[in-house]
Design a protein around this ligand. Structure first.
Ligand SMILES: [Mg+2]
Length: 117
């Protein structure tokens, strides 16, 4: 499965959510609604990242408990990915846009480290 397939699946789910939340049926209006709720999606993404951190317990230096199950951590990771893909769809990012931006930043990060960033 490729990024484009995940974006398509998320777009379908986002339209479904928009439909059941608003009662709208028109695809253009559903897409507009998904753009309008971008700020809420970004907040949801932040919450899901926090839920992932909470499942790993990586920040709980005061706790002697280990991380939650691998299944639970993977589930939270999937939540993060869902919201990230939803944000990408709201921003009208294509799989090519995502890959280009990632590769560009990836190279920049290597360069930064080589230069003592
Ligand atoms: Mg979650």
């Amino acid at each position: 499965m490729e990024i484009k397939d995940l974006l398509k699946m998320q777009k379908s789910f986002d339209r479904y959510l928009a439909h059941i939340s608003t009662g709208l049926d028109n695809q253009e209006e559903l897409d507009l609604w998904n753009k309008v709720v971008l700020d809420k999606k970004l907040l949801a993404l932040s919450v899901e990242v926090s839920e992932l951190a909470n499942a790993t317990k990586c920040f709980k230096y005061w706790s002697e408990q280990g991380p939650e199950s691998t299944e639970r951590i993977h589930d939270e990771f999937a939540d993060v990915l869902h919201m990230l893909l939803s944000v990408a769809n709201s921003l009208k990012m294509t799989s090519e846009d995502i890959e280009h931006a990632y590769i560009k930043k990836h190279s920049k990060n290597y360069k930064r480290q080589a230069e003592g960033y």
